[in-house]
Design a protein around this ligand. Sequence first.
Ligand code: ASP
Length: 334
Amino acid sequence: MISHKYEIEPMINRRNFILGSTITSITAFLGLKEPVTAKSSNVTTEIKPIVISTWNHGLPANEAAWKIIKSGGKAIDAVETGAKVPEADPEANSVGYGGYPDRDGNVTLDACIMDETGNCGSVSYLQHIKHPISVARKVMDDTPHVMLSGAGALEFALQKGFKKEELLTDKSKAAWKKWLEKSEYSPIINRENHDTIGLLAIDQKGDISGACTTSGLAWKLHGRVGDSPIIGAGMFTDNDIGGAVATGMGEAVMKTLGTFLIVELMRGGMTPQEACEEAVGRIAAKQDYKSFQIGYLAINKAGEYGAYSIQKGFNYALHKNGDNQMHKANYLNK
Ligand code: ASP
């Protein structure tokens, strides 16, 4: 493994963090001009390439992403390639092809991607395209915009050479028909243990990127868009600090801009684990959290990681030191 050195900001202690974060929050929320950055120093740390992703479908996604990292490729290519694995898998019924439809039978997809320069792209309410993550990448690479939605996103994808496809499989159609018999709409916690895929990666240069892609909540209202395509909600990275991804009830993540919050908490000195727990705590403090699931993953520049959820059952795939394994996240609602 190639080992490089890079500059990392020092982890500051908890007391300094509280003071620092208060100042940071006040300046940020008042819109003042002080840069919201931690103090810098010349601490150097060895780069530790890593890929981490949500749920069981993260395992094959990590495998595909790691091949790119291992051969010296970029984290942005790794996360896109990894995300495409469950997107193409008809058995992954919360992502891409074979994803469960909305209550009217439409498969509508949300995805976003962010690179080491802070550039990002996103699509929401995209229909008929198997790889929304790659359309999001094109939005990032080929347009001055961040987000394209609905018919415009589809038109853009077709112009870029993506193929129009039927994404509703016989299996997902049958599941939808069954749901229609009762048409009950309440969030299902850990639906079949594989929801949105969110991936974070650090490559051999130490650069960080993230991706997130989903068919959203099954049986959602037609037109509903969740957290997954929203930069700072479903996914956020900052190459100086780290990154975070979210899965679960997107509305709760959007109300707290969860992944942006996690990165900012890490900027203030929290570990990835502490930041994930704090972000879950922010949801629990104001929302009826016992009825839904949220899972967060985070990494920092040093290759440390964290995972935390509201309910039991959130798991994640971690590819580290050449080893790709599933892990169970700790959770709040015990
Ligand atoms: N966060 C996704 C959404 O709300 C769904 C999920 O992760 O299961 O659309």
